[in-house]
Design a protein around this ligand. Structure first.
Ligand code: GAR
Length: 208
């Protein structure tokens, strides 16, 4: 059984999708053991508490340097015996230490089809604003491993979502969450827990 630790910053709808998947028995080889937030106000913390999952808060601004924060987050995750770490709307950049301590064991959900609308500065609603500005007809979501390149690690699953006439960033965000993120993130985590993701260089092969 793998320990799943989920990192959050906001509403936590992706965390909820993971909790729901666990309740349906879809994460049979894993267990969500801890939720860690970058802010004490995240509603995701309430979702965790409501489901009996332990919580922690670690704020970047409580550390005088980024290196100290990186070290503290690494130690916190190690103290939780994390086998897999899920970034479910976690809005603080990860440092080198934590990324190398958990190589190919950190899964992020990004609300676009990487390599479109990704990289530094592309998070949350901003991603959908840019997609609408460009006029793409198809967008989607990507579950991928985290490496030192922002949104550049091996892709695990992608799912496309159509853009529709009259979409606002908020409407598109909701459709991408419902049709893509909430489906592929729990699936990627389940595949990881079942040892069904083979990483070959910067690509993955799903052994399903
Ligand atoms: C989600 O749309 C997630 O894909 C995005 O933030 C939102 C968090 O929502 N993540 C990024 O943009 C990362 N670059 P949630 O708190 O309701 O899961």
């Amino acid at each position: 059984m793998k320990n799943i630790v989920v990192l959050v910053s906001g509403g936590g709808t992706n965390l909820q999708a993971l909790i729901d998947a666990q309740k349906r028995g879809e994460l049979a080889a894993g267990n969500i053991t801890c939720v860690i937030s970058s802010t004490p106000n995240a509603y995701a913390l309430t979702r965790a508490a409501d489901n009996g999952i332990s919580t922690e808060v670690i704020r970047r601004r409580d550390f005088s340097s980024f290196d100290e924060y990186d070290e503290a987050l690494t130690q916190l995750l190690q103290s939780k015996n994390a086998d897999v770490i899920v970034l479910a709307g976690f809005m603080t950049i990860l440092g080198k230490k934590v990324i190398s301590a958990f190589e190919n064991r950190i899964i992020n959900i990004h609300p676009a089809l990487i390599p479109s609308f990704c990289g530094e500065g592309y998070y949350g609603l901003r991603v959908h604003e840019e997609a609408l500005k460009k006029g793409v007809k198809v967008t989607g979501a990507t579950a991928h491993f985290v490496n030192e390149v922002c949104d550049g690690g091996p892709i695990i699953i992608q799912k496309a979502v159509e853009v529709q006439n009259g979409d606002t960033p908020e409407i598109l965000q909701k459709r991408v969450m419902e049709q893509a993120e909430w489906k592929i993130l729990p699936r990627a985590v389940a595949l990881f827990c079942e040892d069904k993701i083979k990483v070959i260089g910067n690509k993955t092969e799903i052994l399903d």
